[in-house]
Write a protein that binds this ligand. Structure first.
Ligand SMILES: Nc1ncnc2c1ncn2[C@@H]1O[C@H](COP(=O)(O)OP(=O)(O)O)[C@@H](O)[C@H]1O
Ligand SMILES: O=P(O)(O)OC[C@H](O)CO
Length: 583
């Protein structure tokens, strides 16, 4: 089966940016003596997010030359409240479709850029982090759907591992023990997927088991090959590709030591529970089942012949970054104290803290920001919030009070304020800085006068309040008060949200010209590895501001709103008790 024959209910939105191509030196065919545009350096970037998959091609000026984007199915099994899954095959097909569409669009454009004769310099990959897939290298098929990062099924697993102290692995991993992290999902898969467990128990088959985040899965597909035709998955073609990840993704498992940047046997055993019968390694799972940890910027390998899209066969894959780290890189936050806030499905405030990990005592994560080749790793502090854009998707898909995310602003603007109504979107408990798995979403302060407009307003405002919570924590833990906030992600299209964020944090909120900073960050690390850009100084010089939202709210009013939010947060906590099992 080829990807073009895979039916998808989602449209692949594709575009070519003529202005960026011209700025980079491309010429229209027929407008010069040559019928083909002169070759210009172009860099590809796969951005596999929670809500959608994108493939973008950037010019050396860091501008988008072409892009394609496709949503995928959000699977919320109705018999298991709190579960959230993605189909790994659908994600792979969508990635391939986006790549194919961009290649076609460039070829059909007035610049007639054929990537077969003018190949991309390199491809970078960035991904939703923690989302975990297990597959078998011989059957080629995932054992089950991917468990998405915000899935709650491992809440009990996390409680068991924590053994009364959720911070017991913090000094080694930088993370609290929570359902969010990939290691808890690995443990759940081992304990609950009979086929996977049987393979691990079989001395011949255990070496065929693979666990990976989405970066690993996609690289395995891109570098796997098939003798003829297009592979549906690399593994189905029975010729698996590279099995790697990068330090930023590896830092989200609870398995990696933040100081050595290596998988740690003690951590793995602590999370998975020691079971010698599953492995020959003396560890609870075979180390062969975990990807090799690489830097974020080096040539790892090349797209294979016959993997599915001839236009990028042989193109080096040279960069990997978790999506929030990619946004940090794409925003040019290379100095300690520089930060970004991304409004995607979730919301993630991240600050570069330099070459030493900075511990958090206020509910943030200490994580790897990036590591360029053999250079020292750069660490970051992160405030991870599970629901931001997904709250707006919930208004659209579940409540069906809007048809499109952009309508949230139209309705929210019909009222001057929340009129006392607060929406705490703790659908998956509360992540940073609270880490309360027993919290659930609530809407408080409602009177009979409240209407749909207030719902939209309160949903949008919740993203700003949650930003303020992690903003305060980062200011304390880093000892470097943020003077401004660089922002990106789908939610930045919403000016009401941007202004309200500026009003709540009381610092200017700044949008860059290139909004796709996540994809751009992955392109940058890939381009650095192959010499498209010289260094981070050159990359920083390409960043440009587009719009600035300056705080304009009276401080008394700000305090009043924040006080209401704190009360609302308290109401959401402690909702799930022992009788309300998540099954
Ligand atoms: N105008 C808007 N107002 C508020 N939220 C928006 C708007 N446009 C998009 N979003 C939200 O942005 C999110 C998608 O952002 P994106 O950065 O693509 O996310 P991801 O990387 O998680 O896939 C969606 O959850 C959507 O609800
Ligand atoms: O898909 P996003 O942009 O919401 O990001 C998801 C995060 O990587 C989860 O840790």
């Amino acid at each position: 089966m080829t990807t073009s024959s895979i039916p998808s209910k989602f449209e692949c939105k594709t575009s070519v940016n003529a202005e960026a191509l011209i700025a980079a030196g491309a010429t229209e065919c027929g407008s010069s003596s040559s019928s083909v545009s002169p070759a210009i350096p172009l860099i590809g970037s796969i951005d596999q997010g929670t809500s959608s998959t994108r493939f973008l091609v950037f010019t050396q000026l860091g501008q988008i030359a072409a892009s394609a984007q496709m949503e995928h199915t959000q699977i919320f099994p109705t018999d298991h409240i709190g579960w959230h899954e993605h189909n790994p095959i659908e994600i792979w097909y969508n990635t391939l479709t986006c790549i194919q569409n961009v290649a076609q669009a460039l070829k059909n454009s007035k610049f007639s850029i054929d990537l077969k004769s003018q190949p991309l310099q390199a491809i970078g990959i960035t991904n939703q982090r923690e989302t975990t897939i297990a597959w078998n290298t011989i059957t080629g098929v995932p054992y089950q759907n991917a468990i998405v990062w915000d899935d709650l099924r491992t809440t009990d697993v996390a409680h068991t591992i924590a053994n009364g102290d959720p911070n017991r692995l913090r000094s080694e991993t930088g993370l609290p023990i929570a359902s969010y992290f990939a290691g808890t999902k690995v443990r759940w898969l081992i304990d609950n997927n009979p086929e996977l467990r049987a393979d691990l128990l079989n001395t011949e088959r255990r070496s065929q088991v693979r666990f990976g985040t989405i970066d690993t899965w996609l690289i395995y597909q891109l570098t796997g090959s098939k003798a003829e035709g297009r592979a549906t998955t690399a593994a189905a073609a029975n010729i698996g590709g590279l099995f790697i990840t990068d330090v930023t993704n590896a830092s989200r498992w609870l398995f990696m030591d933040l100081h050595t940047l290596k998988w740690d046997k003690v951590l793995i055993d602590t999370v998975c529970g020691h079971d010698g019968s599953l492995s020959d390694d003396g560890v609870s799972i075979p180390l062969s089942a975990l990807p090799d940890i690489k830097s974020s910027s080096e040539v790892y390998g090349r797209c294979a012949t016959g993997f599915g899209e001839p236009a990028i066969e042989g193109t080096p894959i040279a960069g990997i970054l978790g999506d929030q780290q990619a946004a940090l890189f794409g925003q040019g936050a290379f100095e300690p104290g520089e930060a970004k806030n991304t409004y995607g499905t979730g919301l993630f405030l991240m600050m570069n803290t330099g070459t030493q990990p900075t511990p958090s005592t206020h509910g943030l994560l200490t994580t790897v920001g990036y590591c360029l080749g053999n250079e020292k790793p750069v660490y970051a502090l992160e405030g991870s919030v599970s629901h931001s854009g997904s709250t707006i998707q919930w208004l659209r898909d579940q409540l069906q009070i809007i048809d499109d995310a952009s309508e949230s602003e139209i309705y929210a603007r019909k009222v001057d304020s929340n009129d006392g109504m607060y929406f705490v979107p703790a659908f998956a408990g509360l992540f940073a800085p609270y880490w309360k798995s027993d919290a659930r979403a609530c809407i408080v302060g409602m009177t009979a006068s409240h209407n749909k407009n207030h719902f939209c307003r309160a949903a949008l405002e919740s993203a700003a309040y949650q930003t303020k919570d992690v903003f305060d924590a980062i200011n304390v833990d880093s000892h470097v008060p943020l003077k401004e906030l660089r922002v990106d992600g789908g939610g930045t299209a919403n000016s009401l949200l941007m202004q309200f964020t500026a009003d709540m944090t009381n610092v200017p909120v700044i949008k860059p010209v290139v909004k796709e900073t996540t994809a751009l960050g992955a392109a940058y690390v890939a381009g650095l590895a192959v010499g498209v850009w010289k260094d981070t100084k050159e990359i920083k010089s390409l960043w440009a501001e587009e719009e600035r939202f300056v705080p304009s709210m009276d401080s008394k009013l700000r305090e009043k709103y924040l006080k209401g939010w704190k009360k609302a947060i308290q109401k959401s906590m402690g909702w799930v008790d022992g009788d309300d099992q998540i099954d």
